[in-house]
Write a protein that binds this ligand. Structure first.
Ligand code: F0G
Length: 475
């Protein structure tokens, strides 16, 4: 190990989030909660001892793309997540993503031309943002010598886990826990195709999450959910890539769907550190968007006043809310199955992110999500329902006047359209039975965005008439 690398890895540690504990542990330990008080852990750094290139964010340094660490959209920012020696990094080429402006979607939201940028994470090897986190967590798993790795998932974490196990040669074996009937087919297909042991438990994600913790404790299996603080280190880089693509300009807003609240937590940590390191002079605002049928953050933040409170949030507000949900027999329910979560494990870290980024939270209906998704698709990027919550949420905040028309907004599209073809086809297609079974029961109406397939007789004249009805392209 070179001297510089040794300083890097010696300067990283795990630290308890609890303001009254703050216990620290080595990065060579396998912990998914503070052993002293049970709270979440962060990966922290002694930045004064670390080399931080001033231009780390803005690209031009890492031109040799034949080096896998420079190719990776996560590890080309390795100075900003310096917990691993380069030779232990597990990468499969994650993070080759895209920041693309869309005036069409921007005008749907109500923004001026040039105001909307979409950060498309569907381009990752497993088709969602999860790969950013997995590369970091697998690197840690390799460092601590783990082999069996597990997660509970609404589908994308498990897909990423399965892909990383099958794409690498370090002997990792994937065990995934999913709720029954709760996972979109594209994601289930990935888990099965990539050879993961797929355990379908009777229950939903919140149940599966509780069980996977028991199992990993009991069997000493390495836990890959976002309570694993190394996951979030990788997910910070989504923000670095946005700044990189904007050539150092800082957007006014980052808007992201919220489920287990790992991403939003990671984004807050990214900006907190960039500011501490004096690499940016301004922090964008954050909006975290729940689905209306799984709106824990919106409820706790907006209705019950739960705040970070300098590291001492009143978490009894959350446990009271969970007890009320249980008493009413209320389970999370939304077409955006990826964020069908009532008990977000990273709630406390997300409160910190909202504090750091002067953030807010909202929830949007399944109708708003699917209409926004169709608009994103018509604008040239395909995303799954949960991802479109960011666009629907930005529209809502724009209508409320919280976002103004001249601001620059980045909506994160977290997962690829092909993850959940059923929702897309049910929304667009003419098949009433499919519509009723997938969307009708959720109170979704067919909206003006539905792009119905046209059924025509196999006759040239009928086909030409159908094309004529479609109209001429706009000049
Ligand atoms: N978008 C997509 C496409 C997701 O898959 C998820 C989470 C989220 C948004 C929410 O992100 O949890 O960081 O707030 N999916 C997890 C899973 C829960 O198991 O795949 P978060």
């Amino acid at each position: 190990m070179s001297a510089v690398v040794k300083i890097m890895t010696d300067s990283a540690f795990q630290q308890c989030l609890n303001a009254d504990c703050r216990a620290t542990f080595g990065v060579d330990q396998t912990l998914f909660a503070c052993p002293d008080c049970g709270d979440l852990l962060d990966v922290s750094y002694d930045w004064d001892r670390l080399p931080i290139p001033r231009r780390a964010l803005f690209g031009s340094m890492r031109v040799d793309r034949s080096d896998p660490l420079n190719f990776s959209g996560v590890w080309r920012f390795r100075e900003l997540l310096p917990f691993a020696p380069p030779e232990s990094i597990v990468t499969i080429g994650e993070g080759q993503t895209l920041l693309r402006g869309s005036d069409r979607v921007g005008s749907y939201i109500g923004l001026n031309a040039g105001g909307l940028l979409l950060q498309y994470e569907g381009l990752n090897p497993s088709g969602s943002f999860k790969d950013n986190g997995m590369t970091a967590a697998f690197t840690h798993a390799r460092i601590v010598g783990a082999r069996r790795v597990a997660c509970a998932s609404t589908g994308n974490t498990s897909a990423a886990l399965a892909v990383f196990c099958s794409a690498t040669s370090f002997g990792f074996r994937a065990i995934i826990f999913i709720g029954t009937g709760k996972i979109a087919y594209g994601k289930l297909a990935q888990a099965l195709d990539h050879g993961a042991l797929t355990v379908q438990i009777v229950g939903d994600f919140d149940d599966a999450m509780a069980r996977v913790r028991d199992v990993t404790d009991r069997l000493g299996v390495y836990l890959m959910n976002s309570v694993n603080p190394f996951r979030l280190e990788g997910q910070k880089t989504i923000m670095y890539r946005i700044l990189e693509a904007m050539n150092g300009r800082i957007p006014d807003w980052i808007v992201v769907p919220g489920g287990n609240l790992g991403n939003s937590s990671a984004f807050g940590k990214a900006f907190l550190e960039l500011k501490q390191l004096d690499l940016i002079d301004r922090i964008p605002r954050l909006a975290v968007i729940n689905a209306a049928g799984a709106r824990t953050l919106d409820e706790l933040f907006n209705e019950r006043g739960l705040r970070w409170n300098d590291g001492r949030p009143e978490m009894s507000l959350a446990s009271d809310y969970y007890a009320e949900l249980d008493a009413a027999g209320k389970k999370a329910s939304t077409i955006a199955s990826a964020i069908e979560i009532n008990r977000p494990v990273n709630l406390k870290k997300c409160l910190r992110a909202l504090d750091v980024m002067d953030g807010t939270a909202r929830s949007v209906s399944d109708q708003e999500i699917l209409d926004a998704k169709a608009c994103v698709g018509a604008g040239g990027l395909g995303c799954e329902p949960a991802s479109a919550a960011s666009v629907a949420g930005a529209k809502r905040l724009r209508e409320e006047g919280i976002i103004s028309p001249d601001e620059t907004v980045v909506c994160v599209l977290t997962g690829h359209q092909l993850k959940d073809p059923t929702a897309t086809v049910a929304y667009h297609a003419g098949d009433q039975e499919l519509f009723d079974s997938v969307l009708g029961s959720r109170g979704v109406r067919r909206a003006g965005f539905a792009n119905r397939p046209v059924v025509v007789a196999n006759q040239i004249d009928d086909i030409i008439r159908a094309i004529a009805l479609y109209g001429e392209p706009e000049s």
